[in-house]
Design a protein around this ligand. Sequence first.
Ligand code: NCD
Length: 322
Amino acid sequence: MNGFPSILESIQDLTKPQIDALLERANALKNRAPARLPLDKSLYVATSFLEHSTRTKFSFASAIKRLGGNHIDFQAENSSLKKGESLEQTLLTLYYQGIDICIIRTNESHLLDQFKDNPPIKIINGGDGSNQHPTQALLDLMTFIEVLGSLKGKRITIIGDCEHSRVTHSLIELLPQYGVELCLCGPESFLPDTQAEGVTHTSDLDWALENTDAIYLLRIQLERHDQSDQRDNSGYHESWGINLSKLKKHNVTLPIFHPGPANIGVEISQELVDSNLWMAHHQVRNSVYMRMAIIEAMVGNGDNKVGAQYRDLSKNILGEDK
Ligand code: NCD
């Protein structure tokens, strides 16, 4: 897609028409439209997950294969990153070896900012710390539309540890563009203080359940909490977890979304995971098509500046020979 960014770090890197085009393409791929790859070369995509993952890594791997591309998994543990090499030099190594795109997951927020002006390689953010997870938000958007129809005027409530959730931070940037009123619900210490148009906050779960069209649950992301800020989560399910009796009490039937991994018995009960309200498997299924659309758009963005500043190896830093 011409003009598509070469570094997809956050939702803000995309325009609304680009997001619309991704939705259209992901749905077409789901309906078995053929993949469009550059015909003059084969596609090589690396995944570099410096943090654990099941869904994101495997759906990218599956998307790459379905596009007819080659997937190389870069194992950070066994790489020169462990010998003190910078991420920039590592990415440049992948670039010179002919990799088209690298998908990176890291526990460090904003790690990819440094590459925006001079990208050493095309990069898709697979989740950086608690900052952003744009591809998850995009596949969630695709699934919300599939389940709820038009999103204009609908309220979607994210319940749980919103503050540490990179998915929430991406959804805050994305969903209001589609007319959603996004409500963040949880204990005060789990709510970010960001004020954004179309986004409200509440710690009143009873009100939230009665005034929403869908719920989106989050696990407590303990690994992203400050050491100084450990709360006691032993009574979490009783206070904030969603189960059948809470839905019955409010007489509501709500579709339940979750980016995974879900902690059953904490934010969600087993009976709801086993029910027809549980939408997480639709999100997982759609993740492959949305990620295919994103890879395709980035490969075909016509950007020949990638690696440019590094390609000029003739630079004579010692000046002219006399
Ligand atoms: C999320 C993530 O890693 O940010 N999961 C995902 O990518 N599917 C959510 C989480 O970590 O809880």
